[in-house]
Every structure is written in structure tokens, then in C-alpha cells.
Design a protein around this ligand. Structure first.
Ligand SMILES: [Zn+2]
Length: 80
């Protein structure tokens, strides 16, 4: 289930999941961001560690957002 990302909507590069692992973000707080990023142009986003979502759940949510944006881009191109 973790190899089903669409290509990058900006440059067509391969996308991949990432997870920063637990790290200190300053002010004594910690985070372990998880998300999707393009391996070519670096476009992407992450979902922080909130509401108790596990890394896998956040990566699944990120996949949904990433793949939906790719479809929207296709739709816009078809209409244009
Ligand atoms: Zn890209």
C-alpha cells in the first residue's frame, strides 16, 4: 500500500513517503512529521504529530491529498 503514489503534479517526478522520526523542534517540543515529497523537485507536504494519528495513518492521509491533487490537475488541463 505504500507504493501507490501518483507522479509529481509539478514536474512528473517520482513521489515518496517520508517520516522525520522523532526530533526536537525547539522550545522543548518534539514532532515526527510524516508526509509525501517529490524526489526530483522537492514539492510536498507533511502532517505533524497531532490528534494521536500514527505515522502510517498520516502517510495514508498524505497519499489521499497528494493523489487527489494530481487528479485535479488532470481535470484542469482537460477543461483548458
Ligand atoms: Zn516534482
Amino acid at each position: 500500500m505504500l507504493n501507490d503514489l501518483l507522479d509529481c503534479p509539478f514536474c512528473g517526478g517520482k513521489a515518496k513517503y517520508f517520516n522525520t522520526g522523532k526530533r526536537t523542534t525547539g522550545h522543548g517540543e518534539s514532532s515526527d512529521d510524516a508526509g509525501v515529497t517529490c524526489t526530483d523537485c522537492g514539492a510536498g507536504f507533511s502532517i505533524g504529530n497531532y490528534a494521536g494519528y500514527k505515522v502510517q495513518e498520516r502517510q495514508q492521509e498524505a497519499k489521499k491529498l497528494w493523489n487527489t491533487r494530481g487528479n485535479l490537475t488532470d481535470n484542469i488541463r482537460l477543461k483548458g
